[in-house]
Design a binder for this molecule. Structure first.
Ligand SMILES: [Zn+2]
Ligand SMILES: [Zn+2]
Length: 406
């Protein structure tokens, strides 16, 4: 696989190129759309199923409640409808735009229009999709910077960057005055120093540490709990994309449960929480007051545990959460108009760029985006990309031949 450059696209694709280049399975626009929408329907049912299964598993106590199960089924159907609408709008836009003004960024533009379908999703899923797409956008950005050698990625540089980002993130949490309802994915949010009611809840006023146990036990408890969270997270991360394989071959499950990566991930998260809590408690006890700078230093040192199990997804979550908290402050201080849904706008931009990278720049497309688009379109994205690239190659060879003959 290689990327399709703007130069090659502009050379080969012109206003006379038929829009069937975007639906090679059927030269008729309507027929092409029907085939595509059917496949996206099948793909979406497959893509969203594990998400709702996990949701049911996490809420297993409510599984006897008819209302809850009905809500989940409706939510699932709504998600599938969103997938089909996204795919259909995307293809309709490809055909329409290519008839008006064919250009290299056509997939990006059609993707941005398709992303408007998110409006039909439930609020909960909407927020999750927005964050996930934004996270993937950041990953693309990192991939591009890495491929251009603007940043050098290895275990040590990534750890250093993670330490800087995380210390800032925890500082932002600690100094958070305004609290908007924004969904945050960061695994260890810190209580704000300004949140007095929460801070003094049930503790005497001179009590600095907000825990009943000794500082060491408190740190150890946190480390222990987050070790298991990390352990489970790694299992789920490996299990979900290969769910169907594990269901068919249960023999593989013990190997999955005992994989050394789970231990490493547990040590990374558990170690972070243990060190962070220990240092913060130490400063508080020593200086007899709570300062945001304690959080900054504690987080800077604790996030060094990233080196045990570098994980670009967690790094990106830290980065996006930092950007979310900065945006929260920015929009509040500058009193930005609330009527505009900035997050929807960002989702459309992210959706467009992700699809552009999936189809036109597969070499720099994150693995998760590729899998997501491929499953959700029942592999039609691969068919589209392969045929698209083959067609362009054919036109290029034909044009080169013409030039030689002239
Ligand atoms: Zn068409
Ligand atoms: Zn303490």
């Amino acid at each position: 696989m290689s990327n399709l450059s703007k130069y090659t696209f502009d050379k080969c694709v012109t206003t006379v190129t038929p829009c069937s280049i975007f639906h090679p399975w059927n030269s008729n626009c309507f027929g092409g759309l029907l085939v595509f929408a059917t496949n996206v329907f099948l793909g979406s049912t497959k893509f969203f199923l594990p998400i709702y299964v996990v949701k049911l598993m996490l809420n297993y106590k409510k599984i006897n409640q008819r209302k809850f199960v009905e809500e989940q089924i409706l939510g699932y159907l709504r998600s599938v409808a969103y997938g089909v609408s996204f795919g259909s709008l995307f293809l309709i836009s490809c055909c329409t735009i290519s008839k008006i003004w064919i250009n290299y960024f056509i997939v990006m533009q059609a993707g941005a229009v398709g992303a408007l379908s998110l409006l039909i999703e439930s609020t909960e899923n909407k927020n999750m999709d927005k964050i996930l797409f934004f996270n993937q956008l950041i990953e693309i950005f990192i991939n591009v910077l890495t491929s251009k050698r603007i940043i050098i990625r290895n275990r040590w540089t990534e750890t250093l960057a993670f330490m800087l980002v995380t210390s800032n993130l925890m500082y932002l949490f600690k100094t958070r005055k305004i609290k908007q309802k924004i969904p945050l994915l960061w695994f260890y949010p810190e209580r704000s120093i300004y949140n007095v009611s929460e801070k003094r809840n049930g503790f005497p006023l001179d009590e600095l540490c907000q825990h009943k146990k000794s500082c060491f036990d408190y740190s150890l408890d946190g480390g222990y709990n987050f070790f298991f969270i990390g352990y489970l997270l790694e299992i789920v991360r490996k299990f979900l994309p290969k769910m169907y394989i594990y269901v068919n071959t249960p023999k593989l499950i013990p190997l999955l449960l005992l994989h050394k990566d789970n231990l490493m991930m547990g040590s990374f998260l558990g170690g972070f929480v243990f060190i962070y809590r220990s240092i913060r408690c130490y400063f508080q006890q020593k200086e007899r007051k709570e300062l945001p700078s304690h959080t900054l230093i504690a987080a800077l040192i604790a996030s060094g545990t990233y080196v045990i199990k570098p994980n670009i997804q967690i790094f990106i979550i830290a980065l996006t959460t930092t950007l979310q908290l900065l945006w929260e402050r920015f929009s509040f201080y500058f009193n930005l108009p609330k009527k505009i849904s900035y997050s929807q706008l960002l989702f459309c931009i992210s959706g467009g760029i992700l699809l552009h990278y999936r189809i036109m720049m597969p070499d720099q497309c994150p693995k998760y985006v590729k899998n997501m688009v491929d499953i959700a379109t029942n592999n039609m994205s691969t068919t589209l990309q392969n045929r698209f690239f083959a067609d362009i190659k054919e036109i290029e060879l034909f044009m080169d031949g013409l030039n030689k003959n002239i």
